[in-house]
Write a protein that binds this ligand. Structure first.
Ligand code: FAD
Length: 274
């Protein structure tokens, strides 16, 4: 309750601007407390009414909107209880997911060669928590670049998150994979390079979690494989030795994923499992 009070009185005002920045403490971090029932969404609503009066109303609205996503996730799981394992859009039961255990392991361990993905996966392992923006990036990377099943990602999150919540986890993984209730359009494939550059512009987040490349200049931080050899040498980065080469080429992977998703989308209209 103290954390909630402090959040509403001191920090919620910055939420619309700061919520997408993993290099800042821009979100409430109340998810474990909500999941474990230490706080209820109603308490959050009334806290915003009571302590949020002097705060920008738009900030309170944007924050409450996220609580709405949580409620939506619970409603979906209640009405479609199989969606922790099965796609809500039944066409995806036949999607050509790959089976590559060594790829899954590299993703889990934060050894993909894409710094923002690796930073997120290492933050998850160290803290049991990951910033929402980065959750979306790593989930897109798993399901679209690597075309590994979203259920594998959801399982790993389930084992490692302190806020692991069956409803929120399933809904968000299905959303990212494109098979959920309010799915991201299948052509929305996060670019792990530009996402890192946009949402961690000073590289603070990547440098914290991927220290082996911390000495690289900002320009190369999210794409070390493009850095000139001298820059790599000066930064002490030995690709393939102390930091991996990218495990897949994003542009090429994107084309493959787009083609596979287009095939699924043209295989009939969206059907929801009974
Ligand atoms: C692939 C993936 C898996 C996720 N798995 C979980 C999970 O297991 N448990 C979980 O609580 N959240 C999950 N989320 C949603 C979101 O990332 C976390 O709720 C958020 O990062 C928690 O940090 P916070 O409390 O600082 O969030 P804030 O931004 O402060 O949001 C406030 C609260 O709103 C709710 N909320 C925010 N975003 C979402 C969302 N997209 N869906 C549902 N509820 C939301 C949470 O209860 C959160 O505590 C997942 C997101 C993705 C992309």
């Amino acid at each position: 309750m103290q954390k909630l009070e402090h959040w509403v009185k001191a920090d919620v005002s910055n939420y619309p601007d700061a919520r997408n920045r993993p290099d800042q403490q821009g979100t409430s971090r109340l998810s474990p407390h909500l999941h474990l029932g230490e706080l209820s969404p109603r308490q959050i609503y009334w806290a915003l009414k009571k302590w949020g009066q002097d705060q920008p109303q738009e900030s309170c609205r944007v924050y409450l909107n996220e609580i709405g996503w949580r409620e939506f996730a619970h409603q979906i799981l209640t009405h479609f209880p199989q969606t922790d394992l099965e796609p809500l859009d039944a066409r995806f039961a036949h999607f050509e997911w790959q089976e590559r255990p060594e790829w899954l392991k590299a993703w889990q361990k934060g050894q993909t060669g894409y710094p923002i993905v690796d930073a997120g996966m290492r933050e998850l392992w160290a803290l049991g928590w990951m910033h929402n923006r980065v959750r979306m990036i790593v989930a897109s990377f798993l399901t679209k670049d690597l075309m590994l099943p979203w259920q594998e990602g959801a399982k790993w999150f389930w084992d490692t998150l302190v806020d692991a919540d069956l409803a929120a986890n399933s809904l968000n993984w299905q959303w990212t994979a494109g098979c959920g209730a309010d799915a991201a359009p299948y052509f929305r494939i996060f670019n792990p390079i530009s996402q890192g550059e946009k949402f961690d512009p000073g590289g603070e987040y990547v440098r914290k979690w991927v220290p082996e490349i911390a000495a690289l200049p900002d320009k190369w931080l999210n794409k070390p494989w493009e850095a000139p050899p001298l820059v790599l040498l000066e930064a002490g980065v030995r690709l393939g030795d102390n930091y991996p080469f990218p495990m897949i080429e994003h542009k090429q992977a994107r084309e493959g994923a787009l083609a596979a998703f287009a095939r699924i989308k043209s295989s009939g209209s969206k059907t929801t499992l009974p």
